[in-house]
Design a protein. Sequence first.
Lengths: 285, 285
Amino acid sequence: MTRTVYVNGQYLPETEATVSIFDRGFLFADGVYEVTSVLGGKLLDFDGHAIRLQRSLDELEMKNPISKDDLLEVHRELVRVNNIDEGLVYLQITRGAADRDFAYPADDVAPTIVLFTQAKPGLADSAKAKEGMKVISIEDQRWGRRDIKTVQLLYPSMGKMAAKAAGADDAWMIEDGHVTEGTSNNAYIVKGNTIITRQLSNDILHGITRAAVLRFAKEAQMNVEERAFTLQEAQNADEAFITSASTFVMPVVEIDGVAVGRGVPGAVAARLREIYLDESLKTAI
Amino acid sequence: MTRTVYVNGQYLPETEATVSIFDRGFLFADGVYEVTSVLGGKLLDFDGHAIRLQRSLDELEMKNPISKDDLLEVHRELVRVNNIDEGLVYLQITRGAADRDFAYPADDVAPTIVLFTQAKPGLADSAKAKEGMKVISIEDQRWGRRDIKTVQLLYPSMGKMAAKAAGADDAWMIEDGHVTEGTSNNAYIVKGNTIITRQLSNDILHGITRAAVLRFAKEAQMNVEERAFTLQEAQNADEAFITSASTFVMPVVEIDGVAVGRGVPGAVAARLREIYLDESLKTAI
């Protein structure tokens, strides 16, 4: 089936959806993105993603080519025409197309905006959530502004391939002896009754799902400690898990070949996944 | 005038030259590039660029969609049809278009190849080479594999804008107290009779012009020391300069507002520029 996608104001068949070879997203990775999950045909935490999108654009002094209302309308229209029940909507904005120059182009160059959907049946009732993920550790070699959600994703992509080659599902990245995050998700451990995850800084993505899960955890009277943790601490933890917009809360049962806890998904991760799905669905639009 | 560009085997008007929105160069910065200078309608050090291109592709386990002979032919044809006397040829190869996934796509996905020219009249007889460049220093926040010439160029682009905002021409990047390189060039200082430039590693681009200039310097009996230097050392040097495929050898006369030497282009940089241009033209094809 050919998807309908959105490019610069037009709804197009995916096979006809293109950008100029001079697009700065293509030549300079000069672009930002968001991924919003869809459950039951509705968007999860659209507001959170719209706010973070604006922050990424602001940090890069990039223009926003679309109002929040119009952006919501495009998301909904793509979900509708592509019959997405469970899946996601990908959104990318770049600084637009201009003759190649490291300096940003003139102000009259229009940003490029692209959206497309991906159907992901079984997203909520995930087999992997029952089984748990295996992760490996790799050095964090990314640039210094991981708080800006740019398309400079080659290293996370290489990390995902390294994980696959090692028979694992993902990689956790290590900097100065501490875990920063997964290739496309935030990382957590549970020790006793405390959920531990790295504090916000330029070192990690400010996950929308992270913010929601920590809020729900506090509301459920769980202890939350925001600090960096080591790989050894993670391997010796009672539980480990990740969060992201497209995996929600996903248990991690093995790190570099070492079983975490009893090597099966833990109760805290399971409970947080349940709360997150319940609460997010209530506010889905 | 509309340029003719090359995209995946076709010569096209630049206005019709596009790639899929699913191209991994656009979505993941999963691509590499080369820039080859043109003087008198001939390509400078084509072999050097072709060899480095293959190294970048190998480091990323990316397929090369074109033979070296065919690549040369495309370069020459673009120079011819676009009447490039002085300028450059830009080449980019990406892992191709596939539905978005951090993991690399299946083996049958064809890489994307794009080439275009830029006319740069006055490239050899440059006014800036007589005047000298001003640079500022910024922290080096790039990823860890700067030896691979990827399109993850957002930070260098931000650096160029920071330089412009400060009334300078470019930025030198500092890591652990030492200069790595410029935003799109290698950095050098001259102290006494010695040319000092950072040793090759994953921290800097392995410049094609750098290799040629160091070879010519040694042939001309100049001392070359390959080691890291600090910003203070640079500000106190007799001369400073940069090299790149598109600027050749370009003097730096001011660093963070401090004049280097007497604040005018130095004799060593001028001589190396002359030798580089003379020697490169001899082997241009």
